[in-house]
Design a protein around this ligand. Structure first.
Ligand code: GLC
Length: 549
């Protein structure tokens, strides 16, 4: 890179694409049916072939697995089901050899109730660890207030030995840490520094906007001391390294995102915000209460984030993760146009400004799963939802419809490596069943096929490396009110691109393409001359150098 482009391109994490691994479902090496770290190591060449520069690893720490590892009982050791600390060190080294950095998942809002701190904390009120958690005095059966936990039931759990309740925003096995206590914060920072010394490339911070809770005032996210805590943590830890940091913040808006991702580096590199992911549900209700995607609103929302964070922050770009259904089933068409729509969604996303995240299997166009009944599901949130809604008198059919559309298990079925038994994920019995469509949809089929979804992702990753306009170009939404077309330009000093996509099953007029007919085609998901009409889910990116005037 010339000095000029280097300056425009900024830090490494603006120029990379991150791949998220959900370890339990990625690759099993010892045939116990659960993915593990040696399994990940065996697939690093696959990831290098895709072209990604970092892997975000969902939690592999010691955990009773009440919430699949998001309930940590020891931050400084690896759960035996995933391997050993030596395996983890080997993963970091082997990844580095392939220019891939490892991003650890930090769950700092809560621990497992089996964490040593909590075991101590509940022994007595004057135990030195008692104040590591959030307690309220009370009488049994009379909760401090009516706050609810995300996974169902009240957010308070009674401990008879202490005559106190502890606060938990997630399951009863995930007690919230007390960030008001400086000792808690110091323990956390020391732990982060320890991982930094091991050579990790960054951190993803689980539900970080919920750490500064004030339960007496009903405050869970965006508490008054939130940014103070984050800045202190960043100063004490992240700023001592050259890391990528991404906070998960369901309560983020464009204003606080500018704080989280302030270019002065005082907080994180970026945040995961979910505004676009909460649009296909009934307003004011839960994600299970389905509604069609309001397409124009969704475009406007994405455009708003692009516009607002331009030069004042940095976006993370994602449509999939381990908590979300598969995007091709959600916003695309997972039947007739599976390939076309998966590529279209990738093209629209990867053309934007920000750091793209690919969730395992997304690069194959993996789809949602439809298990026959609730007994096949494993996710605590899904199981609790089923129980609650059945008790409330919903029809089973209706509950299952929500689960088919939104259950987190849609994303958690094993990675589809090949057409072999269990998709090549394990020779044992997988902890959750494989999606039966692995026979057609799998990595082996796709890797060498230039027309596959995999090849489309590989090309998109490559384009970001070749054309700086993907990194610094200014975003502008076009055809804003159009009900079928998602079109935008990215413009920098000397280049511009047009990203144009048909989001529907019907052909769509796109006169813009006429104006760009002499431009270079960087990527196109149909093997045809691009006219002014786009076929179902057709998408392309055009490039032209700017003539200086
Ligand atoms: C985050 C994680 C999710 C987990 C929750 C509680 O949202 O992504 O998987 O259940 O936090 O830790």
């Amino acid at each position: 890179m010339t000095e000029m482009t280097e300056k425009k391109r900024g830090p490494w994490w603006k120029n990379t694409v991150v791949y998220q691994i959900y370890p339990k479902s990625f690759q099993d090496s010892d045939n116990d049916g659960i993915g593990d770290i040696p399994g990940i190591i065996s697939r690093l060449d696959y990831l290098a072939g895709l072209g990604i520069g970092a892997v975000w690893l969902s939690p592999v720490y010691c955990s009773p697995q009440d919430d699949n590892g998001y309930d940590i009982s020891d931050y400084q050791d690896i759960d035996p089901m995933f391997g050993t600390l030596e395996d983890m060190e080997k993963l970091i080294t082997e990844a580095k050899k392939r220019d891939i950095r490892i991003i650890m998942d930090l769950v700092l809002n809560h621990t497992s109730d089996e964490h040593r701190w909590f075991q101590e904390a509940k022994k007595s009120r004057d135990n030195p660890y008692h104040d590591y958690y959030v307690w309220r005095d009370g009488v049994e059966g009379k909760l401090p207030n009516d706050m609810k936990a995300t996974f169902g039931g009240p957010a308070w759990e009674w401990v008879p030995e202490l005559n106190q309740y502890y606060f938990h925003q997630f399951s009863v096995k995930q007690p919230d840490l007390n960030w008001e206590n400086p000792k808690v914060r110091r323990e956390i920072y020391d732990m982060i520094l320890w991982w930094m010394e091991k050579g990790v490339g960054g951190f993803r911070l689980d539900v970080i906007d919920q750490i500064a809770k004030e339960p007496d005032r009903g405050i869970t996210n965006n508490g008054p001391r939130l940014h103070e805590f984050i800045r202190e943590m960043s100063r004490e830890t992240f700023q001592k390294g050259d890391l990528i940091t991404v906070g998960e913040a369901w309560g983020a808006n464009t204003e606080n995102a500018k704080l989280y991702s302030n270019p002065d580096g005082s907080e994180f590199s970026m945040v995961f915000q979910f505004e676009h992911m909460a649009m296909d549900q009934q307003p004011g209700k839960e994600k299970w209460d389905l509604a069609p995607l309001p397409f124009v609103k969704m475009k406007q929302c994405m455009a708003k984030w692009q516009r607002e964070l331009y030069q004042t922050g940095w976006n993370s770009l994602f449509l999939d993760n381990h908590d979300l259904p598969r995007i091709v089933s959600r916003w695309g068409d997972d039947k007739k146009y599976r390939k076309e729509s998966a590529k279209m969604l990738a093209t629209v996303l990867h053309g934007m400004q920000g750091t793209p995240y690919i969730y395992q299997g997304e690069e194959l166009g993996m789809t949602n799963v439809k298990f026959q009944d609730i007994t096949h599901y494993r996710d605590i949130e899904t199981l609790n939802l089923y129980r609650e809604r059945m008790e409330q008198g919903y029809r089973e059919e209706e509950v299952m419809r929500s689960i088919y559309a939104k259950s987190r298990d849609n994303a958690r079925t094993p990675m589809q490596w090949s057409a072999e038994e269990n998709a090549g994920f394990t020779k044992g019995t997988p902890w959750i069943e494989v999606n039966p469509n692995y026979v057609e949809i799998n990595a082996e089929e796709e890797r060498e096929d230039p027309d596959s979804v995999f090849s489309c992702y590989r090309t998109l990753i490559q384009l970001r490396k070749e054309y700086p306009v993907f990194i610094d170009g200014k975003f502008e939404l076009l055809m804003e009110e159009d009900e079928q077309i998602f079109a935008y330009t990215r413009t920098s000093e000397d280049e511009e691109i047009l990203v144009c996509a048909n989001f529907t099953k019907e052909p769509a007029r796109c006169p813009l393409l006429g104006e760009w007919k002499d431009a270079r085609i960087l990527i196109h998901n149909y093997d045809r001359e691009a006219g002014e009409t786009l076929m179902p889910y057709e998408a392309l990116i055009l490039w032209r150098g700017k003539v200086r005037t």
